[in-house]
Write a protein that binds this ligand. Structure first.
Ligand code: ZN
Ligand code: MN
Length: 132
């Protein structure tokens, strides 16, 4: 399949830079709300369209979330996520000890592993401990 070539777009560049510079894995809505101050011509539809292109280009990963509020990540290095069930905060965590997990999974089920994704659900520091 021939990949379409997209014209360079200032809006898309700004969206990419915003995701890259924020560590909270923003949703399309929060990207839109932050950037529309600087880019008055921006619409939510434009944000969605450009996010789809960035995902296709491999620059950004889409994290499917419940209720359709997908989050976006410009950190393309192997890492995992801690997800707060109270505030929805998504934090990066790198677990080098899990580098072998692909081999183990491939061995046990005769499956060619291309990638894996691990999410830990719980309560973040800001929201307090489970005992509270
Ligand atoms: Zn939280
Ligand atoms: Mn991440």
């Amino acid at each position: 399949m021939i990949k379409p070539v997209y014209r360079k777009s200032v809006q898309r560049q700004k969206i990419y830079e915003f995701i890259k510079g924020s560590f909270d894995h923003p949703s399309a809505m929060s990207i839109y709300e932050t950037l529309r101050e600087k880019l008055p011509a921006l619409s939510l539809g434009t944000v969605y369209r450009n996010l789809a292109i960035l995902v296709e280009q491999g620059l950004v990963t889409r994290m499917p979330f419940k209720n359709g509020f997908d989050r976006f990540d410009a950190n393309t290095l192997a890492h995992h996520h801690l997800i707060c069930e109270k505030c929805g905060n998504v934090e990066d965590i790198t677990l080098p000890a899990l580098a072998e997990i692909d081999k183990i999974a491939a061995r046990s089920n005769e499956f060619k592993i291309l990638r894996h994704r691990i999410e830990f659900y719980g309560i973040c520091r800001k929201c307090g401990s489970l005992e509270d």
